[in-house]
Write a protein that binds this ligand. Structure first.
Ligand code: FES
Length: 194
């Protein structure tokens, strides 16, 4: 566990608090601007970061929409800064990324997708296991620890299992045909005790 992960648990959380007020909707958790003494590998995804394959034949390569199978399954990834720093210093930075026909995405999910590509936290909101399995029958992402099942076409909402909430959503935008981080995560990262 890094010091920064500990801060997440304790709620210090880099000032990335949801802002709710009269007449205001929930807005994405704010991304604290990087400081000179930050370890860039531990920073959570920053606007402009690209997504990089964690495993497989494309390991280490920047994800482009056509690299992903249409309709799933998801791939695991980490954010990478524009100058090439892989942000793998926090286990909470694990991402899962998939591509769908935009016509099959909910309006909220479509607004956060780029070229049909969606990105979520890869850390289960139950007890923090990686969400590393896929149900081809349901077209949904599954945590293999206790079976929590999330719908990637509808904001990774929980459809089955013990997890208490959806996976945090990482909004994307297309820059020169490449999905990059648009804003911070939609919610707090990690499981109930992580
Ligand atoms: S940690 Fe994912 S379902 Fe329990």
């Amino acid at each position: 566990m890094t010091e920064r992960d500990g801060m997440e648990r304790e709620g210090a959380c880099w000032g990335r608090r949801p802002v709710i007020g009269a007449g205001l909707a929930l807005v994405p958790w704010l991304v604290r601007p990087a400081r000179a003494d930050d370890d860039p590998s531990e920073l959570h995804p920053q606007p402009g970061d690209r997504l990089v394959f964690l495993t497989g034949p494309n390991k280490g390569h920047v994800i482009k929409p056509d690299d992903l199978p249409l309709g799933g399954p998801q791939v695991q990834a980490y954010p990478q800064s524009p100058d090439g720093v892989l942000r793998d210093g926090s286990r909470l930075n694990l991402l899962i990324v998939a591509r769908f026909d935009p016509a099959n995405l909910s309006p909220e999910t479509l607004a956060r997708a780029a070229g049909g590509v969606v990105a979520y936290s890869g850390v289960c909101t139950h007890q923090g296991c990686p969400v590393n399995a896929w149900s081809d029958e349901q077209k949904m992402m599954v945590c293999s620890c206790h079976g929590s099942t999330y719908d990637p076409r509808d904001g990774a909402k929980l459809v089955f299992g013990p997890a208490p909430r959806a996976l945090p959503h990482l909004p994307l935008k297309l820059v020169d045909g490449v999905p990059v981080v648009a804003t911070g995560f939609s919610e707090r990262l990690g499981g109930e005790s992580a």
